[in-house]
Design a protein around this ligand. Structure first.
Ligand code: BMA
Length: 858
């Protein structure tokens, strides 16, 4: 097989005429226009509004391709387009070679009739997605409503395009067009491999049979040998090809394979699989493991538990959205940075959410390598969708392609029909009035089409109809029921409950819950000028897409905190508040194991700089929530919280071994005096939550406003600590902690590191990797102590701490080599070895901002 790579420079112009500009493919229209200086940066200020016309135009991508005589005369000559966004007509030398109206289907167009030797002109016309969606809407006999956002493109649900391109409650409306993934021409004598997919059969401890199904497309009658090599074992088969599609299956047996485990449970060995014929070859990496979704009726309702290689996993993680609203910026480095951040925060699962996209190969490869399980939605979200013959046909092609493409990734734990579309049947007036009609559409699409394909092509994985849902054959509204299946718990945030609302439910699996915060000052600076840095300025409101978002953040301040002074303190407190909200939920739900077996918060990342529920800002900077997650998701954790008038203390141990250790609890005043203290031996049971203590708030030595609880657990070198306010922070009389801060070069000697055992293998633990370290000393207890390194790209090893007098902490800062494609100013900061030499400690000291709760108000 000869492959001609078509990535690189193409020309782009409006189809209606005018000048052309260079466009890098894979990539998109807006990135090309931005690069050519033809539009202002849509992430800055309110300039997104000035980019709306782009989605209303038809665009033409063209390039010249030179074909040798031999290539031009190949019996098989085809154009491979991994993803065409979206409604496109493809011509070679003016002759039509194919069309596409679904960006989630790979296209392979025959070029033999149109190609010639020498120069060829390939042109791809992409119609305005907004107009195409509008035109579709006129073809349906009844309305198909979807969620509405402040800036959006209408009828997004009627075209098979990334749904959040049309705007979301955290995302800009940027209706790009483009081509993504592999763009190439393939030339061969007779055939190609279309797909390779495997099944892991007859698993026993010693023997795993792997069935390798090879799908071939031939243009001739031909004999070929198909061979498969996997981890040193091989199989061959003679196949007689006939024109068209055909499949053949080979069987390989692995003796005593090393099993693949999710992060925190074991290693991620991957076996190389090479499948070849005399004309084509496909390579994959297989992780050998069993995975089940245990969803059985029990006394509490119906469970939802992931079981890998026989072990029940408490799923810890977050929801994933596309890494950038501009597809050209969705690089492997971005995936690496975000997924490693997930691992570093002790996550073991990511949910690929249905309003986004089937991700690029790099995403799944990295999840396989890092041991991140993937809850995978199909790409339908927050609305109703058609069930016409035409629509179901394109969805069928999409699901067949994506399942065949992704089935062999060990990371994928479950396929889910959609995001919130079952729930959406209660959202709109039309659907409430005529639920039967929309339910029939719903069932035809998700159960009748998608579920049936998953059962056929990937029978070893569970198809879950919707997130949230009570399970198959159950069409109830699972939004407010915590007894069955997965739950999206939004009563805190969207429905305005206080954080205590988290104590009112014990979801079997919470696949969404979230609380917003603002990004930090350096990210705000990438979109707002100094005089726009006020929460209610038009630019700040533009970078907040949840209509009530700012009000909820502020209302929540008034519930918990004294009102912050100034803009920077407001941003900081919003992040501290968000961390507190999600910590409250996760710690409580971990204490409910095994009734609750998973907590995936909304959301990991942002696709532009914005106020949102994310724990990582656009550009890769960790919000305080992400530092908090690193602690509240650690495999062995202790937690204290006040519920129903009592301080409850729990331990949670996700490991397979019970852990005996010394537990301590102290009640301290806000000047640091110890009012009560006790220690005891405790055993944290394996794969379980263990109740450690319950204290009646009425029996405290002082009123709860005058005390906080400090807890610790020590066992064979493991030290876990945590703390809790006993009354609302705003009612507690905090002392000025008089924190001293010393910025210095990193010291080789191990510094304070209470959570050593939980450091992940990728954790840059060595002092040499650190750019600098900061010693923090407090005279009185200090809460939510946080350092912000401004525009320096990288992160601290810990943050959002409680500092006790007499217990200095040293935090190290690890730069990100080369940055992660940060927003605005961040990108300009040089980091890494070169940066270290350029930045003196003096400059670093000037860059570092210290925040803590008492300092946010006077
Ligand atoms: C959920 C998601 C998203 C949304 C988020 C915040 O329900 O599925 O659609 O962005 O809530 O509102």
């Amino acid at each position: 097989m000869e492959r001609i790579d078509l990535s690189g420079e193409w020309r782009l112009q409006k189809n209606s005429g005018g000048e052309s500009i260079p466009a890098l493919l894979p990539g998109d229209t807006m990135s090309a226009l931005l690069r050519a200086g033809a539009i202002p940066d849509p992430y800055v200020g309110r300039q997104e509004l000035a980019a709306q016309w782009i989605g209303r135009e038809d665009w033409l991508f063209t390039r010249t391709i030179v074909l040798t005589d031999e290539a031009a005369r190949s019996r098989m000559l085809y154009l491979n387009l991994d993803s065409v966004d979206t409604c496109a007509e493809v011509h070679l030398n003016g002759k039509p070679v194919g069309r596409s109206r679904n960006m989630f289907v790979r296209r392979r167009f025959d070029l033999t009739a149109a190609a010639k030797s020498g120069e060829n002109t390939l042109s791809i016309l992409i119609r305005s997605p907004e107009r195409e969606a509008q035109a579709e809407s006129r073809t349906y006999p009844y309305p198909l409503p979807h969620s509405e956002f402040p800036i959006q493109s209408p009828h997004r649900n009627l075209i098979r395009k990334v749904q959040c391109h049309a705007g979301w409650d955290w995302g800009p409306c940027l209706m790009v067009s483009g081509l993504y993934g592999e763009l190439s021409i393939g030339a061969s004598a007779s055939h190609r491999i279309e797909y390779v997919r495997t099944r892991q059969l007859h698993k026993s401890e010693r023997r795993w049979e792997i069935a390798v199904t090879v799908e071939l497309f031939s243009v001739a009658d031909q004999e070929t040998t198909v061979s498969a090599i996997l981890g040193g074992v091989s199989a061959r088969k003679q196949v007689t090809l006939v024109p068209g599609l055909q499949t053949t299956t080979l069987s390989l047996v692995l003796d005593n394979p090393e099993l693949w485990w999710p992060a925190g449970y074991g290693d991620q060995p991957l076996y190389d699989l090479v499948v070849s014929t005399d004309e084509d070859e496909v390579r994959k990496h297989l992780g050998v493991r069993s995975i089940e979704v245990v969803s059985v009726e029990d006394e509490g309702g119906r469970s939802l538990t992931f079981r890998v290689n026989g072990r029940e996993i408490f799923a810890k993680g977050a929801n994933w959205i596309p890494t950038d609203a501009l597809p050209a910026r969705q690089t492997r480095e971005r995936y690496e940075s975000l997924l490693q951040s997930a691992i570093d925060a002790n996550m073991n699962m990511i949910r690929v959410w249905g309003g986004g996209q089937y991700e690029a190969d790099a995403f799944y490869e990295l999840c396989d390598e890092k041991g991140l399980l993937v809850w995978h939605d199909f790409m339908f979200a927050c609305g109703t969708y058609p069930a016409t013959k035409k629509f179901l046909e394109t969805v069928r092609a999409e699901v067949v392609h994506q399942v065949k493409r992704l089935v062999d990734h060990a990371c994928i734990a479950l396929w889910c029909g959609n995001n919130e579309n079952l729930g959406a049947l209660w959202w709109f007036e039309e659907t409430r009035k005529n639920r039967d009609r929309y339910l029939v559409d719903y069932d035809r699409l998700y159960e009748g089409t998608i579920g049936a394909i998953v059962e056929e092509l990937d029978p070893d994985r569970t198809f879950w109809p919707s997130s949230p849902s009570a399970g198959r054959n159950d069409y109830s509204d699972n939004w407010h029921s915590d007894s069955k299946g997965d739950m999206h718990y939004w009563s805190v945030w969207h429905e305005g409950k206080s954080f205590d609302g988290y104590y009112e439910v014990t979801p079997r699996f919470c696949s969404e819950f979230g609380f917003q915060s603002f990004p930090s000052p350096s990210t705000v600076a990438s979109y707002a000028l100094p005089d726009e840095r006020n929460l209610t300025s038009p630019v700040m409101e533009h970078h907040q897409r949840n209509r009530r978002g700012n009000s909820i953040i502020i209302e929540s301040f008034s519930r918990y905190f004294r009102f912050p002074e100034g803009f920077a303190n407001t941003l900081f407190l919003s992040q501290a508040q968000q961390a507190l909200a999600i910590k409250t939920a996760v710690e409580y739900w971990r204490s409910r194991r095994p009734v609750c077996m998973g907590a995936l918060y909304w959301q990991l990342n942002d696709n532009w700089p914005v106020a949102s529920w994310s724990s990582i800002e656009y550009g890769g900077k960790w919000k305080l929530l992400h530092y908090a997650a690193r602690r509240f998701f650690q495999p062995i954790h202790i937690m204290a919280f006040v519920r129903e008038g009592h301080l409850e203390v729990w331990g949670s141990n996700d490991t397979a071994v019970a852990r005996k250790g010394r537990f301590s609890l102290s009640l301290l005043t806000f000047t640091g005096a110890v009012k009560e203290s006790r220690t005891q031996e405790v055993v944290l049971r394996a794969e379980a939550a263990t109740a450690i203590a319950t204290i009646d708030i009425a029996s405290l030595p002082l009123p709860p406003e005058e005390l906080f609880a400090w807890i610790g657990f020590e066992s064979d070198g493991l030290v876990v600590e945590n703390d809790a306010f006993l009354a609302l922070p705003k009612s507690s009389e905090l002392a000025d902690p008089e924190i001293q801060l010393h910025v210095r070069a990193p010291r080789a000697a191990a510094t304070h590191g209470p959570r050593k055992e939980h450091a992940t293998s990728a954790e840059p633990a060595a002092a040499e990797a650190a750019l600098f370290e900061v010693e923090l000393i407090a005279k009185h207890p200090a809460f939510y102590v946080s350092l912000d390194a401004g525009e320096l790209a990288g992160r601290f090893d810990d943050n959002w701490l409680t500092l006790l007098p007499g217990r200095p902490r040293v935090l190290r800062f690890y730069p990100v080599q080369g940055g992660t494609g940060s927003a605005g100013g961040n990108a300009a900061v040089e980091t890494g070895a070169a940066g270290q030499q350029q930045l003196g400690l003096e400059q670093i000291r000037d860059t570092i901002a210290l925040y803590h709760l008492r300092a946010t108000y006077r």
